[in-house]
Write a new protein. Structure first.
Length: 503
């Protein structure tokens, strides 16, 4: 649909309105652009973090789509609705369905105006925060680092002084021990001399002299302990003084740190308060400018429509069938789905054509009631040193008969001659085929043998794990291995024709 405006009548009214009409035609698109950009700034704040993780060739189309859909379209629609509402008022169209259209138009105008205003306000706040002075976070890491360094220095100085004091008093104690040891040596030598010269006639005198020397040694040891105790007290007092000095230094350092932290915090808070005030002022001014744009658009659209009415400039629509028929659009939109549907159906139908035909179900074998017809006759030939005699043995088998069973005649197997083995004693025996002489008891014995061999393998694997982890095999596992070996020997003997090793 195309809309053309008829030309106005040249006269005093249009001559008066022409300058205003000319500037309105320029200003209206400009303010629609300004309002849409302020709205888009708010939209970008919402979707920017999501689109930032993608490449530019996704980000740019995403921003463009968001601008057209959420920013430009609402403002253009709002301008058109205002023009329609004002034109309805000027032409006094308040009858019938005109009232309904006017009410819906007014509702959309209010909603779109509120949407544009709120988004513009939000974007203004975001822009002011980005352009304004950043609020600094109070960083006390430097103060804490300096405090930690000085604290470590005080502790290191204390440790050094403490070690020097301990070394000094340890040296004093060493000299003390050496000095008294030099006094003990002559006295001990005298005691040894008295003991060496002891005789039966001078025992009392010798004991007396030895006792005197021992008393001297005891007195010297007391003096030594007294001096050593004095040294220990002096060392403890020295270390206590060092601790007191260290604690005073740490306390003074902590007070200085607290003062520095308070001063830094007060300075940052004052600076941030000033920045916050400046940002609030900037935000309010931006909000005023951004919020006014949508109202200017409404006023300009209304003025333009009033000038049209004053100068009898009416819209002249040029219509065609495509303006009211959307079959072409439906066909375009539905083409991908129809394409997929038809190709998929054709492909599946071709698969069905390629499937082979179903075969007839197999005929079930006739159930045998007369088991005499299912007997097998197996002739056995024994070769000895004498004339061979033919020996036919009948074995009844509980199976269904073959094709010959339908005639009621017995099935006769082909004759098989077994090899003859000679033993010491002149006896010969024949080894018949397994399938012929295997009885129910033999099959049960084979199953038992297989079961115990399997259990034996499991127990041996368990024994190897125990030996690797614990270094020995438990008694229970060893008994299980021995029991399985005994049963294996038993069933092997049974299969070899014996009566078994276990009764």
């Amino acid at each position: 649909m195309k809309i053309r405006l008829n030309l106005p009548q040249l006269g005093e009214v249009f001559s008066h309105d022409a300058p205003l009409y000319k500037i309105i035609k320029i200003a209206l698109p400009a303010f629609i652009l300004i309002s849409s950009l302020t709205v888009f700034a708010g939209v970008r704040t919402h979707i920017g973090e999501y689109l930032a993780q993608y490449a530019w060739w996704i980000t740019i189309p995403g921003y463009s789509f968001a601008y057209v859909l959420f920013s430009l379209s609402p403002d253009v629609l709002n301008a058109v609705l205002v023009a329609y509402f004002v034109r309805s008022i000027l032409k006094k169209r308040f009858e019938g369905t005109d009232i309904v259209l006017n009410l819906f138009a007014l509702g959309l105008i209010i909603f779109l105006t509120k949407y544009s205003y709120n988004m513009s306000q939000f974007s203004a706040g975001s822009m002011s925060n980005e352009m304004g002075k950043e609020i600094e976070v109070i960083d006390l890491s430097n103060i804490n680092a300096d405090y930690s360094t000085e604290k470590k220095e005080i502790q290191a100085l204390f440790n050094t002084d403490k070690q020097d004091a301990q070394n000094h008093y340890n040296e004093q104690v060493t000299l003390l021990n050496q000095r008294y040891e030099n006094q003990f040596i002559p006295l001990r030598e005298k005691i040894k001399s008295y003991e060496k010269n002891r005789r039966p006639d001078n025992t009392s005198w010798t004991d007396k002299k030895i006792k005197e020397q021992q008393n001297k040694i005891t007195a010297l040891e007391k003096d030594k302990l007294t001096e050593a105790d004095n040294f220990l007290k002096e060392k403890d007092q020295k270390i206590e003084d060092l601790k007191q000095s260290r604690d005073n230094d740490l306390k003074s350092l902590g007070q200085d740190k607290k003062t520095d932290r308070n001063n830094a915090q007060s300075l940052k808070e004052k600076t941030n308060q000033e920045k916050a005030q400046a940002n609030d002022f900037l935000k309010k001014e931006f909000e005023k400018i951004a919020g006014v744009a949508i109202f200017i658009v409404l006023i300009l659209a209304s003025l333009k429509e009033i000038i049209h009415f004053r100068n009898e400039i009416d819209p002249q629509p040029i219509i065609s069938e495509l303006d009211f028929q959307f079959d072409w659009l439906t066909e375009i939109l539905s083409y991908p789905f129809v394409y997929i549907q038809r190709h998929s159906v054709n492909r599946v139908r071709q698969w069905y054509k390629n499937l082979p035909a179903l075969e007839e179900p197999p005929e079930e074998a006739e159930e045998i009631i007369d088991y005499k017809a299912s007997q097998k006759i197996i002739p056995l030939t024994h070769e000895t040193h004498e004339e061979p005699e033919e020996d036919s043995t009948f074995f009844r088998r509980g199976i269904r008969a073959s094709t010959t069973a339908k005639t009621g005649e017995p099935f006769i197997a082909h004759e098989s001659t077994a090899k003859t083995h000679e033993k010491t004693g002149g006896y010969a025996h024949t080894k018949p085929p397994k399938s012929t002489h295997e009885t129910t008891e033999m099959r049960a014995a084979k199953q038992r043998l297989k079961m115990y061999k399997k259990k034996l393998g499991t127990q041996k694997q368990k024994a190897r794990i125990q030996e690797r982890e614990k270094g020995e095999i438990t008694l229970r596992t060893q008994q299980a291995i021995d029991n399985n070996l005994a049963w294996i020997e038993h069933w092997e003997d049974v299969l070899n024709g014996g009566s078994g090793t276990r009764k």
